[in-house]
Design a protein around this ligand. Sequence first.
Ligand SMILES: Cc1cc2nc3c(=O)[nH]c(=O)nc-3n(C[C@H](O)[C@H](O)[C@H](O)COP(=O)(O)OP(=O)(O)OC[C@H]3O[C@@H](n4cnc5c(N)ncnc54)[C@H](O)[C@@H]3O)c2cc1C
Length: 444
Amino acid sequence: MPEPTTSPVLILGAGLAGLSAAVRLAEAGRKVIVLEATRAGGGRARSFPDAATGRELDNGQHLLMGCYRETLAFLRTIDSTDGIYFQRNLSVHMVKPGGKRMHLDCPALPAPLHLATGLLTMRGLGVLDKAAAVRAGLLLRGEVARPDDNETCDSWLRRLGQTPALRNAFWDPLIWGTLNDDPLVSSAAMFTAVLERAFLSTRDASRLGVPRVPLSRLYVDQSLAYLRARGCEVRLGEPVRALDTSGSQVQGVTLKSGEQLTADTIISAVPPHAFLELLSGTWPAHPVYQDIARLKTSPIVNLWFTVDRAPFSEPFIGLVGSPLHWMFNRSQIEGSVGGDVLLNCTISSARACIDDPSEALQELLRGELERYFPGKVPQIRLFRAIKEKRATISHAAGSYHCRPETVGPIRGLYMAGDWVRTGLPATIESAVQSGHDAAKAVLA
Ligand SMILES: Cc1cc2nc3c(=O)[nH]c(=O)nc-3n(C[C@H](O)[C@H](O)[C@H](O)COP(=O)(O)OP(=O)(O)OC[C@H]3O[C@@H](n4cnc5c(N)ncnc54)[C@H](O)[C@@H]3O)c2cc1C
């Protein structure tokens, strides 16, 4: 019998996946060494001091849901749950061009009755729209039991007889927001996975949550402190250049600096394009890794701006039928009073404007503010656009099989990241679940 291994586990990447894996292993008494390319970590969910607005900004506004079980467990371990503001019950307010409002307010009833009642009493929907919502509700359990990754969300919604008004007010914004992809191309199976977790378990599962503190303070600083207090090493500004293998066993990594580290257990928690660059020899030709190369990405653009006054009173609001999907009042969420108000506008699956210059994006924003909030248009003072070209993988129908399992063809190498096979779209919850899955596999 070989001796059980106790050498440190190398973890590549200090985003949500890498840090949640590291924290889970440290909690179980294992030593880890986290290797992160950037000086600050946080990956695609990070914050930084911004000179244009003079504030600490997130690279993008992030929304969580009550069904993010693994994420909440992770935040509890690092003592950071206070950093999230959660609604009591699901409530989504939307505004139409011209300023007319639509409100989805779900009452304190057991799931899924809370959603059914919310939709049936939603202002702005007609009788036919409400009948369509009831039909979808009745069919949902059956649909969730037969997920079809080859069907698009658009075809799924048409098959369930969903009306244009209900799609505009409810389904399409939910798909853009959770899958970061167009309903015309995105996978119905990925969407029903979200619906199952959010609407078919408990009422709390569908509540929305928003970080009240900058993202890096929410989980990066806390995780690093947790790991260091347990004797683990975190090496920031240390890009890994290559995975070293012998036969089909992993042996360690070579850093960009040329330093080599030996390890028989490694968790890769870097994005797909970065992972493929780490492979050498004949590994890139392996079918599992060829599939990874087929994954496409989808961008997100965030517009941060300060105004003299907010044109809406809610913490966040959806814009029905606008390319600018959501607006958030960051000042209100963070509880800061006085002075200019910091707002955020999130554009999911932003292929149409990812290459636009900052001036064009500011013009688009100004136009949409006039269209949706006539008579209340605020004056934009400071403006900053943040573009994430590879914000998430694309969840195009038929692409799920390209995502790798936690354990693959290289022995000792465990895969983590929001893009591995978690059964979920690439989200915070998928990243943390993948980290926990990888840690569990290592401990097993
Ligand atoms: C703008 C935006 C908005 C989003 N909004 C939401 C939302 O509202 N709700 C939600 O649930 N999700 C949202 N997401 C998705 C969420 O941010 C991601 O799913 C999650 O952050 C992915 O975490 P990860 O650890 O898998 O990967 P990453 O965060 O990409 O972490 C990978 C880490 O690996 C490091 N790395 C890369 N190469 C190397 C190397 N060679 N050596 C060492 N380190 C390396 C990177 O620097 C990075 O720190 C959003 C994403 C973006 C970009």
